[in-house]
Design a protein around this ligand. Sequence first.
Ligand SMILES: [Zn+2]
Ligand SMILES: [Zn+2]
Length: 261
Amino acid sequence: MDIDILGCSGGVSGNIRNTGTTCLRLGDHVLIDAGSGLSKLTLDEQRKITDILLTHSHMDHISDLPGFLANMFDHVERPVRVHALPETIEVLQDCIFNYQIWPDFTQLPSAEAPILEFVNVQPWQSFQLHGYEVTPFFVEHTVPTVGFSVKDIGTSHAVRKAQHSHFVFAADTTHSDVVVDELNRLGHIDTLMIECAFPDSKLDIAMQSKHMTPSLIEKTLDGLAEQPRKIWITHLKPAYEKEIRHDLRSRAAYHHWRVLP
Ligand SMILES: [Zn+2]
Ligand SMILES: [Zn+2]
């Protein structure tokens, strides 16, 4: 599976190596989230994107969606499909695509042939896109949020590149029994990408804002019946990056983890 991490920071800063917020590209046509990492794609690359999976409505996951859509005028034969929970779509329609912040691209250039189509997703209702089977699942954050399980479903191209044949992106989430149960329900995971927004010294803030710290990640992983082959840790807040990395290095399982970027 070709996974391109365009951005995975928990904030913006010129001091960190990867300045984009969350945006992942799967193959040439699918994005997970549309944070500021999206702007690393050239215009030609942007115009190949047909589907965007949104985990939730927070700014660091949607900030480049308006500008991306504006690049699509005259370049899409069919609308770009944005797949998200109904609650997320409602917030985007009310707060962003309302003609005050940005135009309503579900009506432009015409209601008959718009450049944006919203598609509702529900946890555990799987669907297929460009050779992937996508399954949204519950995570625990301050607004309605889903993680996405992505499996190659056997196009010959995908099978040849199957190092990451079951990729799971756990979005923004804190530790909870629900999250552990959901990850266990997903079965064998090749690569789990999980956030770590705060260091352990900010455990209170992490719990309030429903994010992870290194010790909360460890608790979550301890609850899994089967350990994922690879753990990618992401979404570090720039202000705490040094401390988070220090905390991560002190965990026993650190040598199995890869901290992105
Ligand atoms: Zn969030
Ligand atoms: Zn976030």
